[in-house]
Design a protein around this ligand. Structure first.
Ligand code: ZN
Length: 132
């Protein structure tokens, strides 16, 4: 077993930032139908920075580990920075993912894109922060 697989198992067994936020600025849900994975991602944004993040959901080990890892990757980062974040970064952080599982691994990333869209006022599920 490689250290990367250990990482996935660790995040799957001990998910980081799992739960819900009381007053999120973005609250989105994405599903990966073929595998039955569902990820809900909530962001709390302050001054253009992800102040807090939670995920919830159910699914296979890869999707849940990826969601947990993603929350650690995005917490404290600026929204503009996250806009330019590539899916490859998530795959790389997971230590590489075999192709048939890519949809599982990138489900949380897709949820993040949806949340960013919502925060820009596009799509649904957000109370976009007003900038003066
Ligand atoms: Zn899956």
């Amino acid at each position: 077993m490689s250290p990367y697989e250990d990482l996935i198992i660790d995040h799957w067994r001990n998910p980081r930032n799992k739960g819900t936020l009381p007053d999120p600025d973005a609250d989105v849900t994405e599903a990966n139908v073929p595998c039955g994975d569902v990820v809900r991602l909530q962001l709390k944004v302050r001054d253009g920075v992800v102040e807090d993040v939670r995920f919830d959901g159910r699914g296979c080990a890869i999707s849940m580990a990826s969601a947990s890892l993603l929350t650690e990757m995005i917490k404290g980062r600026g929204l503009e920075e996250l806009e330019s974040m590539k899916p490859e970064e998530v795959v790389e952080a997971l230590g590489g993912v075999i192709k048939p599982r890519l949809n599982c691994a990138l489900l949380p990333y897709r949820a993040l894109r949806k949340a960013l869209d919502a925060l820009r006022g596009e799509g649904s599920g957000a109370n976009p922060p007003r900038r003066s």
